[in-house]
Design a binder for this molecule. Sequence first.
Ligand SMILES: [Zn+2]
Length: 375
Amino acid sequence: MNLSIFKKTSLLTAILLLVFSSLVFAASNPGGPSTNGQTNISSTLSYADVVKILGDIKHSSKGKVEVFTLDKYGKSEAGRSIYVAKVGDGSKKIWIQAQIHGNEKLTTEAALDLLKTYASSNNREVQKVLGEATLYFIPMYNPDGAEMNTRGTKIMSTGQLLDLNRDWTLDGFAGKESLVVYKYWAELKPDFAIDLHHQGLKQVYGTNEATSFSLGISLAPDGPTLPSYKNYNDVTRQMLAYVYDNMKGYGYTHIDRYQIVDAAKQIGYDIDIKGGVVSAMMMGLNYNGLNPKHHSHPAVFFETKGNTSEGSLGQKSNGYLTKQNYLALKSLVYGYVTGEIYEVDPNHWNDIPAYPLAGYWTDYNGIVPVGASGY
Ligand SMILES: [Zn+2]
């Protein structure tokens, strides 16, 4: 590669890193909610609130919901317990994790709302789910970040903030939370996982509508990595196309595909991030011999609009955004349990609005062009 191309690539990377910062998303989106100042987080759930709510749900469920900590594997960097709630009697194990990023608050509320539904509803669809599946909720993966209202956790020995969602790699596990949750995952061996996030502000391609919800796969479909892992390239697309259709039925129309967007150029990059937790789940990561048979399963993620550390989350819209997340989760669990997701054409994924694909945004080789092989 000659020097001028190298310089151009570095410049592109620098520009994209800027674009990836949500502040730039916000600044480039004058139609979105105000981003002045920080959202008052007193209206969102604290760690203590979550522990209390879990106890209340367990109590009122009359034995249907179990709540426990992962203390036998360790605690967070600051010494907080990581909680799990378990509900259902079926053989399919579904993993739902929220707030691995501590400033992504409403994901925890959506997960707890769904847990409440499973704990208390006698609805036929709910009973079907609980008969066929057992659900494992981790409503607050990153309690330290949640309390600090930061994306990462703080490593106690260095004081540095660490993104726990880049830490499931062979040379990772720098944060205590990562190993706690990984050990549990490797022992439990789930069949399917959903990971809940918030994103900065963006617009649905070709419209003036602010995206309210994005559907994502952390190893891009048809990208450099996923097609070589079992049939996850199809099933993950089927799952998200299924959710997309269901959400349209509920009247949620500002849904698109998760991408890193260059708003000025109106192009998007699909992510292909191997260190992401749900990516490592799909790749069957075997860290320290803890997953010797390379257990793996499909996994997808949802991104709700806005986050609290940028102040781009309005209290007025919190209920709407939580409900949207709740409905999407509930519908995907149902579609998975009943097998309805397998009736969807995987290529229907392409009907979810997205920016023209400019390449794959990776955590191992910068921007990988579409169609490139050998990665
Ligand atoms: Zn996130």
